[in-house]
Design a protein around this ligand. Structure first.
Ligand SMILES: *Cc1c(COP(=O)(O)O)cnc(C)c1O
Length: 507
């Protein structure tokens, strides 16, 4: 074939008819059923066979396999693509359902939510406007209302689903900033705005401050006590200091479930101080939100109903697949700070017509119908069942803490109110003691490289610690005891000079 005298090479096969076989529509339902069933089968086979949470592969071994794939030349057959996927993804993925995955805030997921995921991606509703989602919009609204009710908010409450706690925190601080600025001159006020959060608060608060145009010193960290919870006296002192220095505290961020320690800031005392200072209170319950459905531990969140805004991550403690998160606000009117009218989408002329356009409340435009996963979870299992699963991991964590506290080889940090245990291997007194930091770093890497278990690490007062985050009700105390022995073995081998950081998992 030629075009204006130049020869053009026409690729074989893949003409429009071939491409259209892959479109999802009424003519392709057999393909859809087959492809998804095959995909589900691969995952199910993997899960059934997984004897470890991780293969232990290193990035340097896996990267070349992925680089070698020629993206210009498709395989055409989904079965072939799945075969390839076994090698580049499924074989070496980190499996959160495995009882010895004890690292980060990743939960095993519930089947009704997976069903929701399959449905929502196929229908592909976009929750920005009513005319792109219809019922999805109302289902999301109903779930926001339900969650806000669980938080103890009144009928004025509102909110919106988000991609995660990071986005929820960003939007909360956006609303807080706009409320703080009010009718003042923005440029005068911006440099004087401050956010107070505890030392154990989440780093997304710092990122949000940066995105919101605040200065590098805008987030002031408030001291925590030995229990790793914000000290109300320290908060009172910082509020007074800011006031004295002419700084405007636009928000206090209390954390209901710190990522590192699973501790909950004293919400009632913090709410009192915020009320007295007239300051926006944001409660970051990304982790602790599971307590909203606990029949035995809901009281740990008492005071949350006094927050102006709340972050909840259903993808952490409601056993939902990523993404599923929401921002709740006590007074729905504040969401107007996220509203923008676009002629093509949600024109101002229709604003009075009461069309439920969720884009008016969100900082996203095109947005997944993540709410469907929680909806089907509630409709199949109900809230108590979710609460029971979360209660079980919290209970087991307490036993795990006891186990480590009673073990002379280890040192544990403040007991979590949720499901983390922070601890470190402490070499016996003597010359090996100063190797404690490296021994713990080594034990974590060696464990991950073996794939036998995955644990997390963090720093406490400048020292390296290890961390279990338990979100799997299938993790038994025996699993935990077994992993503890593996850690002790790796760490003591390091201390005795039989292993080094260089030789571990760094192929
Ligand atoms: C995980 C977490 C976040 C961030 O949430 P993502 O869903 O990961 O964006 C924020 N705050 C706390 C306390 C968290 O644990």
């Amino acid at each position: 074939m030629t075009f204006r005298g130049h020869a053009i090479e026409v690729p074989p096969a893949a003409g429009p008819a071939d491409a259209r076989r892959h479109l999802f529509n009424n003519a392709t339902m057999d393909r859809y059923r087959q492809a998804l069933a095959a995909g589900i089968d691969r995952v199910a086979t993997r899960i059934a066979r997984a004897d470890r949470p991780f293969s232990g592969i290193s990035p340097s071994l896996l990267a070349p396999e992925i680089s070698a794939i020629d993206l210009e030349h498709p395989l055409h057959d989904p079965a072939d693509a799945l075969d390839e996927l076994e090698d580049v993804y499924l074989r070496d993925a980190v499996y959160f359902h495995h009882p010895r995955y004890l690292a980060h805030l990743n939960c095993p997921v519930v089947i009704p939510a997976l069903l929701g995921e399959a449905v929502l991606t196929a229908v592909n509703s976009s929750l920005d406007t009513w005319d792109q989602s219809a019922g999805g919009t109302l289902i999301e609204r109903r779930l926001i209302e339900w969650t806000a009710g669980r938080a103890g908010f009144g009928p004025q409450a509102d909110g919106v689903f988000t991609s995660g706690g990071t986005q929820s925190n960003l939007q909360a601080l956006l609303l807080a900033r706009e409320e703080a600025i009010g009718y003042s001159a923005r440029h005068d006020l911006l440099p004087r705005l401050r956010v107070l959060a505890s030392e154990a608060g989440h780093f997304s608060v710092q990122k949000a401050a940066k995105l919101l145009g605040l200065g590098p010193d805008a987030v002031i960290t408030v001291e925590t006590g030995a229990d790793r919870r914000m000290r109300p006296a320290a908060l009172a002192r910082e509020l007074a200091r800011c006031h004295h220095e002419g700084l405007l505290v636009m928000a206090v961020v209390a954390t209901a479930g710190t990522t590192d320690f699973g501790t909950i800031d004293p919400l009632p005392e913090i709410a009192d101080l915020c009320a007295r200072a007239g300051t926006w209170l944001h409660v970051d319950a990304a982790y602790g939100c599971g307590l909203l459905v606990s029949r035995t531990r809901r009281h740990l969140l008492d005071g949350i109903e006094r927050a102006d805004s709340v972050t909840v991550d259903f993808h952490k403690s409601f056993f939902q697949p990523v993404s599923s998160s929401a921002l709740l606000v006590r007074d729905g009117a504040v969401l107007r700070h996220a509203t923008y009218h676009a002629d093509y989408l949600n024109p101002a002329r229709t604003a009075g017509r009461g069309l439920p356009n969720q884009v008016d409340k969100s900082i996203q435009t095109t947005r997944r119908f993540d709410a469907l996963k929680l909806w089907l979870t509630l409709r199949v299992m109900g809230p108590d069942a979710i609460g029971e699963l979360f209660d079980e991991v919290v209970e087991r964590t307490s036993r795990a803490w006891d186990l480590l506290a009673a073990d002379a080889r280890f040192e544990v940090v403040a007991k979590s109110q949720l499901s983390t245990v922070v601890f470190r291997y402490l070499p016996p007194a003597g010359p090996g003691r100063e190797l404690a930091d490296d021994a713990n770093l080594y034990a974590r890497e060696a464990l991950a490289a073996s794939g036998a278990a995955v644990v997390a690490g963090t720093k406490v007062d400048g020292r390296h610690y290890l961390k279990f985050t338990l979100l799997n009700p299938e993790t038994t105390l025996d699993d935990i005891a077994h992993v503890v022995e593996l850690i002790a073995g790796h760490a003591s081998r390091y201390v005795s000079g039989h292993a080094s950081l260089e030789t571990c998992g760094r192929a």
